[in-house]
Design a protein around this ligand. Structure first.
Ligand code: FAD
Length: 590
């Protein structure tokens, strides 16, 4: 079955105009539009994305009696959630917390996540701009979401909840649990974890493999390599949502949703234009987004929602440099350097990742330079200065002292990296880690493929510093690196090793000269991670339009939804649970 392009166009332009002209009711408009679209598939509930929002939503909707189709853009399921650390901060009095004697309640979760007084070490408030309605719904559904995950095969490491990973400063009680991979293969390697680690390590593999298996067991169809390209609404700005358009390897198909469509597309960090609405600095060179190349966060859910009138919400939450939103890379020499995610040969996506990266144990071993070969800050600067878990101590909810007690520590390392070279460009350009053969020895690196990526220009090597600078040519290097500038930088740095004082950036006692060939330049450009603003939703996870009205039949959760500054999995799984519960309860429209 092929759909004619005219079918789509008719539905979205010509027909809409005539509907408006004759003033048909929303219901009549929906029926008219339904009949103009050639539907290839249909289900009660159509879920977009098979990540931390999508799979819980799909399972809950199916168990609520709905037929469900999930569309997934990638050729595999799991989204960023399966790449994640599997740290899940669900609290509110879960049976898990009770087992470890931790007193918690929905009210306490709500109080914590709306506490105006909590600030990060960079001075930005974590929760001040959270939407109260959205947080209340989360707080009230946390414990049920925990039970849901466990009932669908997720095994959490058997130890007391803590405050690591996804939770942040200012939480009153420990809520974080850790998903164990058990015998599931890890997407990073293609193999299961070492047998002595399977029940003790924390990984998103332990969360998402069981959910995908549970979904399939329930008969939920997951259409992989099916990318949603548009959401069909009765008219572009009014009436209910009636389905979606999908691209399946160039074939356009329409899927009718009798009850509802749920957006779980995972945010916007890989869409350069979209992310720059929040932070103009984030230009193309920030191409090593955490979770790529497994899946993209291309804002397709947000854009499709906005095209039919949806509003964005809580935009400050995406502008504050919270947690690991922007990070110093943990590995160098490859495009994807997120500190907690490495791709190994054997992974299904290794051909796209191309390199595992060299993990940096000691930042004394490298000098970081910008595009024009100049240092810009103390290389040993911390990973990120926000998201310091437990850094408000004691934490007294709602007290102005919370902020006062915190040591102010602006995120200068990353801000310096993103500041650029003063050429009027908004982005900071590539950052290169320069090191020598002695550093290779100390770090026990093997700077060869598959550890580094020479072919795509994310690593270079040469026998002199000048030759190295001349070789650094790749698409994000806007200007050639002047060889004499890099040579001067390295020579000055080496003099700091002699004197024991970094006169430029106060690196604590520079330890090692960069003097023994071969020399290397490894990609060390900041990595992007989180989306914390997206479509406006209400407590039921229904999408709300620019006039504050619900768009009937459209739901959203996770990183594509706005109003909620909290890293990751708890927010996404819980909102998937809420969206699925409400979507399945809708009456079929056809
Ligand atoms: C390396 C890493 C470590 C992390 N560690 C943690 C952690 O320990 N704890 C924590 O709480 N959070 C963590 N996170 C964050 C967490 O994984 C995400 O916040 C969470 O997965 C978001 O869920 P989501 O459903 O919004 O998006 P995702 O889980 O990314 O799912 C979105 C899905 O939608 C699909 N999709 C997108 N567009 C379309 C389209 N147009 N059509 C069809 N499908 C589409 C994507 O391919 C993807 O499969 C981590 C993230 C990463 C990358």
């Amino acid at each position: 079955m092929t759909m004619k392009r005219r079918d789509l166009l008719l539905g979205s332009t010509g027909m809409v105009a005539s509907v408006a002209a004759v003033g048909l009711s929303a219901q009549a408009a929906a029926q008219t539009r339904q009949s103009t679209i050639h539907w290839h598939r249909e289900a009660d509930v159509v879920v977009i994305g098979s990540g931390a929002t999508g799979l819980p939503a799909a399972i809950v909707a199916r168990e609520g009696g709905s037929s469900v189709i999930v569309v997934e853009a990638q050729s595999h399921t799991g989204g960023h959630a399966i790449c994640s650390g599997g740290n899940v901060p669900l609290g509110g009095g879960t049976s898990y917390q009770k087992k470890w004697g931790i007193q918690d309640s929905p009210d306490l979760v709500f109080q914590d996540l709306t506490d105006w007084s909590v600030v990060e070490p960079n001075g930005f408030p974590d929760y001040r701009f959270n939407d109260r309605e959205v947080i209340r719904a989360f707080a009230d559904n946390c414990a049920a979401t925990y039970d849901f995950l466990v009932a669908h095969g997720v095994v959490f490491v058997d130890k007391a909840p803590d405050k690591l990973g996804g939770s942040s400063v200012g939480n009153s009680v420990p809520r974080e649990m850790h998903a164990a991979p058990m015998d599931w293969p890890l997407i990073q390697t293609g193999k299961p974890a070492a047998s002595d680690n399977r029940t003790t390590m924390s990984t998103g593999n332990g969360l998402m493999h069981p959910l995908a298996a549970a979904a399939r067991k329930l008969g939920i169809e997951i259409l992989q390599s099916h990318k949603m390209t548009a959401i069909h609404r009765a008219t572009p700005q009014a009436g209910p949502v009636i389905g979606i358009a999908v691209d399946n390897n160039g074939r356009l198909i329409n899927i009718r949703a009798r009850k509802a469509v749920i957006i779980g597309t995972g945010g916007s960090t890989t869409n350069v234009n979209f992310r720059r609405m929040f932070d103009p600095r984030l230009t193309e060179e920030y191409c090593g987004v955490a979770g790529q190349p497994w899946s993209d966060q291309d804002a397709s859910g947000e854009l499709a929602g906005m095209a039919i009138g949806a509003s964005l919400w809580g935009l400050f939450n995406n502008t504050g440099e919270f947690g690991s939103g922007i990070t110093k890379p943990g590995t160098i020499g490859g495009q994807y350097g997120y500190v907690n995610l490495r791709w190994f040969p054997g992974s299904e996506v290794f051909d796209k990742a191309r390199a595992t990266g060299l993990p940096v144990k000691d930042w004394q071993d490298v000098v970081l330079v910008n595009m024009i070969g100049k240092r810009f800050y103390d290389e040993t600067g911390p990973q990120f200065s926000s998201g310091n878990y437990g850094s408000i101590d004691p934490y007294v909810p709602g007290s102005y002292r919370n902020g006062k007690n915190l040591k102010f520590n602006p995120n200068t390392f990353l801000d310096a990296a993103l500041a650029g070279i003063g050429d009027g460009h908004n982005g900071g350009g590539p950052i290169w880690a320069i090191f020598d053969a002695d550093a290779v020895e100390r770090e026990q690196w093997d700077p060869k493929p598959p550890n580094v990526d020479y072919e795509a220009g994310f690593c270079f090597t040469a026998n002199t510093i000048e030759e190295l600078a001349r070789k650094i040519m790749m698409k994000y290097q806007r200007v050639p690196m002047p060889p004499e500038a890099l040579a001067a930088t390295i020579s000055r740095y080496n003099s700091f090793v002699d004197s024991g004082v970094d006169e430029d950036f106060s690196k604590p006692k520079p330890l090692y000269k960069i003097s023994k060939p071969p020399f290397y330049a490894g990609w060390a450009t900041p990595v992007l991670h989180d989306t914390r603003a997206g479509l406006r939703i209400n407590a039921r996870c229904q999408v709300v339009d620019m006039n504050g009205q619900v768009i009937p039949g459209l739901y959203c959760g996770g990183e594509s939804a706005g109003g909620f500054s909290l890293h990751g999995l708890a927010r996404a799984t819980c909102q998937g649970f809420i969206a699925g519960t409400n979507a399945t309860a809708e009456k079929p429209r056809v």
